[in-house]
Design a protein around this ligand. Structure first.
Ligand SMILES: *Cc1c(COP(=O)(O)O)cnc(C)c1O
Length: 396
């Protein structure tokens, strides 16, 4: 299959496992065991059981009729915003915690930037009665206080990362250091399709439940499992990988990935990795990342914390390079407008991350009978302050 990982952990030129010698045993154990565990009948039963009873899956595929009228095409929203904890991230944390138990590991560590992956991890640790330690940059802890409190209420220990810029990269380094010292009893839950092989493939498989459901739901509603277009926002790329997964080999399905342009691609305040990035190694894999001429990672910027990541997963780097996915971008302003538009037209306040996907509806030409599926990756409750504080440009 053209877009599957090969047995060395590569998608074309991208991927692999670039980890320090001391982490090799941990990553190697995962690599040799993950497929056998994921394909095990008992594992699948438990995974789908929890997705159904705890997460609330299948999430609806909602035909957005007013939005469809407005854009003169047929738009469906895949409602990941209705998942327990408010976004798709929990699909992956459920999968990984079940995997950790199969590996005999009772302690969990994670890194988090804005805190959303940390909350999803703390949630499943509480569910399973497992010890949870989340590393978070000190600066991010100050900026995202409510999520820090949420994790603590759920029983997790939040450890501030005090090195570097005290943000996500530093939290990741601390988590890796922790893992090196406790390889036998601890599993590291990574939150997107990033990191050393097999993480990108493993996380994509857990999130692929999104496109599995889209196919079934479109079959019921349209008599055809294939949409014309699927649109998803891309931070690290996990909701997009999940929404695209079962359509990757069907090249008549158009796939659009939307990155955050921040204040504009050329403004110096952006997270549009496919435009600004070059091949390099970040978080254990070779991929596209935003870096200076001498290879220092450039701090990304976006109004949405979930898209504020300097790289993209290696699968997406490959999908970009091969042209299978059309990568587009939306600015802060475009996303905010699209988020408010959906709120008023359909009564759904989306996460600002998801609003980036919605913002591309007006930039693409669709036929009136096209079926366009947008991945609504999360809900906007966490973003209320930003929505309240935002003033449209022409009102100033
Ligand atoms: C974290 C997050 C994202 C970005 O992560 P991906 O791995 O690219 O999916 C997008 N939307 C929401 C709501 C998120 O919480």
């Amino acid at each position: 299959m053209k877009f599957s990982v090969d047995n060395r952990g590569y998608y074309g030129d991208f991927g692999g496992a670039y980890v320090p010698e001391m982490l090799h045993p941990n990553v190697e154990e995962l690599r040799t065991r993950y497929l056998e565990i994921l394909n095990d009948e008992g594992f699948r039963e438990e995974f789908y059981g929890l997705l159904h009873d705890y997460v609330g899956r299948p999430t609806p595929l909602f035909f957005a009729s007013r939005l469809s009228d407005h854009y003169k095409t047929r738009i469906y929203l895949k409602r990941e915003d209705l998942c327990h904890t408010g976004a798709h991230k929990i699909n992956n944390t459920i999968g990984q915690i079940l995997l950790a138990r199969r590996l005999g590991k009772m302690k969990i560590i994670a890194e988090t930037g804005a805190g959303q992956h940390g909350v999803a991890t703390a949630t499943v640790c509480a569910l399973m009665g497992m010890e949870c330690t989340v590393y978070m940059g000190q600066l991010d802890m100050e900026r995202q206080r409510p999520n820090v409190e949420r994790m603590r209420i759920l029983g997790a220990t939040v450890v501030p990362a005090l090195s570097g810029n005290m943000t996500l990269k530093d939290a990741t380094n601390e988590a890796l250091r922790h893992w090196i010292n406790r390889p036998t009893d601890t599993h590291y839950i990574i939150g997107s399709v990033v990191g050393p092989h097999p993480y990108p493939d493993m996380v994509a498989r857990f999130q692929s439940v999104i496109s599995e459901e889209i196919q079934k739901q479109l079959m019921q509603k349209e008599g055809n499992p294939y949409p014309d277009t699927v649109i998803a926002c891309v931070g690290g790329g996990s909701n997009a990988a999940g929404a695209f997964y079962h359509f990757l080999e069907d090249e008549h399905v158009q796939l659009i990935g939307v990155e955050a342009a921040g204040k504009g691609v050329d403004s110096g305040h952006s997270a549009a990795t496919t435009v600004l990035g070059k091949p390099g190694v970040i978080h254990g894999s070779k991929t596209l990342l935003m870096q200076t001429a001498d290879g220092q990672v450039v701090e990304p910027y976006s109004i949405s914390a979930g898209l504020d990541y300097p790289g993209i997963g290696p699968l997406h780097a490959h999908l970009f390079q091969t042209g299978r996915v059309s990568f587009q971008h939306a600015t802060d302003d475009e996303a905010m407008e699209a988020g408010l538009e959906l709120s008023r037209m359909e009564g759904i306040i989306p996460a600002i991350e998801s609003a980036h996907a919605l913002a591309t509806l007006k930039k693409n030409q669709f036929d009136p009978d096209d079926v366009v599926v947008v991945s609504l990756s999360g809900r906007g409750d966490k973003d209320l302050e930003t929505y309240i504080g935002w003033k449209p440009k022409n009102d100033e």
